[in-house]
Design a binder for this molecule. Structure first.
Ligand code: SF4
Length: 71
């Protein structure tokens, strides 16, 4: 059974490095101030590995995950 990966991004922690967007633009976008936003809380399975790379690359640890294969 597949456990779908969910993301939440803490805008208080995000400092706008945009690494999440650079690594996984299908999953993240940037707001007008250049801060990261999650496009859709639930990540399709095909994008999970990419999304997790972006989560790990966030220098502020601003993106939290629940579920997913590695959780
Ligand atoms: S990588 Fe982290 S700090 Fe940078 S925009 Fe994304 S969530 Fe914000």
């Amino acid at each position: 059974m597949t456990n779908s990966l969910k993301l939440s991004l803490d805008p208080e922690l995000c400092q706008g490095h945009a690494r999440c967007f650079a690594l996984a633009p299908e999953v993240f976008r940037l707001d007008a101030q250049g801060h990261g936003e999650v496009r859709s809380e639930s990540v399709p399975e095909a994008l999970q590995a990419k999304a997790l790379r972006a989560v790990r690359a966030c220098p502020e640890r601003a993106i939290k995950t629940t579920g997913g294969d590695g959780a």
